[in-house]
Design a protein around this ligand. Sequence first.
Ligand SMILES: Cc1ncc(COP(=O)(O)O)c(C=O)c1O
Length: 430
Amino acid sequence: MRTSSLEKALQGSLARRQERSSLRKLTIAPRQSVDFSSNDFLSLSTSSELKSEYLRNLAQCEEFRLGSGGSRLLDGNSIYAEELERDLAAFHHAPSGLLFNSGFDANSGFFSCVPLPGDVVFHDEFIHASVHEGMRLSRAGCCISFKHNSVEDLQHQLLILLKKDALIEKGERNVFIAIESLYSMDGDLAPIRDIVEVVGRLLPHGNGHIVVDEAHSTGVYGPQGRGIVCSLGLEDKIFARLHTFGKALASQGAIILCSEVTRQFLINYARPMIYTTFISFPALVAIKTTTSFMMRGGTVALSNHLWALVEHLYDQLKILDTTMAAHAYSRGLLRIPRECPQSPIFSVLTNEPRALANACQNAGFVVRAIVPPTVPHGGERVRICLHAGNTKEESDMLLATIGLWLSQMATSHSGNAEDSGHRGVGTSKL
Ligand SMILES: Cc1ncc(COP(=O)(O)O)c(C=O)c1O
């Protein structure tokens, strides 16, 4: 068959990505490898206890049918889904909640319809692509990014806007502030309390609406996994919260927690919820199984182990960092976070992300190299994500692999430097 001009153009784009080393590919980790990468923070997706519970719940579900049967607005709705929503809203201390097929649908649906014509959306510069998708389709007058986690920049930009737009000052135009509670690239937390303070102070008429995406904090932070907003006691100050079930809760789908009016508005206007077949029963039962486990406190022991592992890995990384510090070359190969991460996500900055990730993968550890454009130049890294299912021994073996790789790199660098007439770093101590 002849290649059409369309296929040639598509092929050209792929080839350009390949040249820039940014071609995306589907991969499957070897079965026996140790997971230091996925979002399955609590390792619930492999829990045999939960798998059995899921099968029992499936068998007992009276309304059970395989597919949901249609859009939630037509035949897809069920008592099961409505009860699940009510239970989740109550657990997270919210007036109500609305399920979506995914967090992506929830964010894109929310931001495409809730900001009204002329409204303004501020967003952290690292906000998730799904929020960008919603903003692209929204009727907002403008969408403005502020520097990552910078309350000063948010305040600065809000003040500029207040000077320009009297409607905002009078409280007659809405301002949305979109943030994530935990950002997945650096594993850092948003200064939610300070953002609430600034928004409340600069927009005293109540037209500032903060929307918090808790995709990465669901199940792991806050009392029994309720998330960071609940842990700060700020439920009443946040306009809407997103919790997803595909990460720590090992299932799929998402819920937006909000007022009953906002829920009704979303049911009427959020297109990714209206024009799609609703979550199937097996997926609803999976959500119910893992969220019930969370609600009865099942995740607490797992989270405690996870936090102990975070400290352990950080202590070991610091020792490795100190050992290697004598060798100037190693600085660019390994830059660890200055403080112990407040999340299970470790960003090990390195100017050789692919080589380091390959070394770890060859030793049986799944870690990911993160390179531009996903992160800015200079922010190249290997992302290590800890899980409740990881052991200290696995963490130590990963560290040993990184240490070995550093030694080998320093040795080969030293050899190269000497070959080319330069003095390399000494390798005798490595
Ligand atoms: C911050 C954030 N929000 C939303 C999403 C989308 O959630 P989901 O995977 O359920 O579509 C993701 C994940 O991919 C995410 O990381």
